[in-house]
Design a binder for this molecule. Structure first.
Ligand SMILES: *Cc1c(COP(=O)(O)O)cnc(C)c1O
Length: 422
């Protein structure tokens, strides 16, 4: 857990200007974190990180990451457009989509994005969408399925996942694309989510490198980049350990020296499309305690809800909570910290030891900088929180306003209601 970057008095001032709830992101933290990532992987001839736009789809954040050398990983038309707005275009976009409409392939191609195909049938689909052409560069997403050796136990059950191509389809697909005149090739896989075991990523790289060699041998295709996906976890819970990226990079580099260099494939770029570990620890949801009730348990009711941050409610995810100004007080109370949805799972914390909370206290929900507001929704007529950015000079700017009732009603046309006969 990272310390919230504003003082208690600083936060009180901010909450006067921007009513709670709101998200705060720390520019310096995000930049430093990205530099750590880049430095760890600088042992490769070429390293690229495509930030997973879905984790924090805000163009101001994307512009900061672009400035740090990041690209963008997209899977929909609006995500492609966000990258475009933030100045991320061409091969700095990885389009890792699935079940993709033709229109989205066309837009990705127009931006010059690298298209990462999710199925063998998407070769013809893409070609048709582009009027009979293929792009110069193509990547395929590999689903290793029930692997006989290596990572199976660790990788979980890719054979139950909807993503990617089977081993035999991968080989076939590179052959087809070569015959269609595609010139440059990549190979992608993503088989983890929020994984904290560094060796997991080393095992994944081994599986990918072995397939790169097989593709070279069986298809006569030299893979120019591998994309190891996202899935790098962050320590949400106290006691969990951050992944040592230097260790991961060194171990993967050893495999690179053992397998890729002797095959004459050097330089081959090593890419990731991480979202969570880049911005996750540098975003906080700030919410005010507006109620407390004492029934069979002690409850603190907040002005934010699961509509702002659904991870705890949806899959019981743990997020650390601190109470602004009470960081050093003993945690001698046990609370369920709730939102206002008519769903009992709308709890930010269950039976959590916290200092005594009073109405008006500001609660800081940590590690909410990825898959936080992005996953929000409007169920129960809830309006999603806005987003603030703490700049490196200490100033705070609003990078997305909070939703209003007009936003909520924007898709309704009430004008027909008076003449509408029920
Ligand atoms: C979600 C996703 C990512 C990012 O995952 P993180 O856990 O945020 O790093 C990357 N690539 C693909 C294809 C994804 O679906």
């Amino acid at each position: 857990m990272n310390k919230f970057p504003l003082s208690h008095s600083g936060l009180l001032e901010l909450a006067k200007k921007y009513p709670t709830p709101f998200y705060v992101y720390d520019e310096k933290g995000i930049r430093d974190n990205m530099r750590y990532f880049t430095k760890a992987f600088s042992i490769f001839p070429e390293f690229r990180e495509y930030f997973a736009v879905k984790a924090l789809p805000n163009p101001y954040i994307l512009k900061i990451l672009e400035n740090e050398g990041c690209g963008g990983d997209c899977s929909s038309l609006p995500e492609l457009m966000l990258c475009e707005k933030a100045g991320i275009t061409g091969h700095r976009i990885m389009f890792t989509s699935n079940d993709t409409p033709a229109e989205e392939f066309r837009y990705a191609e127009k931006l010059g994005a690298i298209i990462n195909l999710d199925d063998i049938t998407h070769i013809d689909f893409l070609k048709d969408a582009l009027g009979g052409r293929m792009p110069d560069t193509i990547c395929f997403r590999y689903n290793p399925g029930p692997l006989k050796k290596g990572g199976n136990a660790i990788i979980g059950k890719p054979e139950e996942a909807k993503y990617g191509l089977t081993h035999d389809q991968m080989i076939e697909s590179y052959k087809i694309c070569k015959s269609l005149g595609v010139k440059h090739f990549g190979l992608h896989t993503m088989v983890a989510s929020n994984e904290l075991n560094p060796d997991f990523f080393v095992d994944t790289a081994k599986i990918v490198f072995d397939l790169v060699l097989e593709v070279q041998e069986k298809c006569g295709v030299n893979i120019e980049f591998v994309d190891l996906g996202g899935g790098v976890g962050i320590p949400y819970k106290p006691g969990q350990k951050k992944i040592d990226l230097d260790y991961v990079a060194e171990k993967i580099h050893a495999l690179y020296k053992e397998k890729i260099i002797p095959a004459g494939l050097d330089p081959m770029a090593v890419c990731f499309e991480c979202g969570r570990p880049i911005t996750g620890p540098y975003g906080w949801l700030v919410t005010k305690a507006i109620h407390q009730k004492h029934i069979y348990r002690e409850y603190i009711g907040c002005d934010a809800s699961m509509a702002d941050l659904m991870r705890p409610g949806m899959y019981g995810a743990y997020h650390e909570i601190t109470v602004s100004g009470k960081e050093d007080l003993p945690k001698d109370h046990v609370y369920d910290v709730t939102g206002s949805l008519c769903e009992n799972c709308d709890k930010f914390a269950v039976q959590r030891e916290l200092p005594k909370i009073d109405e008006g206290d500001l609660l800081i929900i940590h590690d909410a900088g990825a898959h936080g507001r992005a996953m929000g929704f409007n169920y129960n007529g809830k309006l999603r929180a806005g987003e603030l950015l703490l700049r490196t000079d200490g100033s705070v700017v609003q990078i997305r306003r909070a939703e209003t009732i007009d936003d909520y009603f924007a898709t309704l046309d009430f004008s027909g209601l008076s003449s509408f006969k029920a």
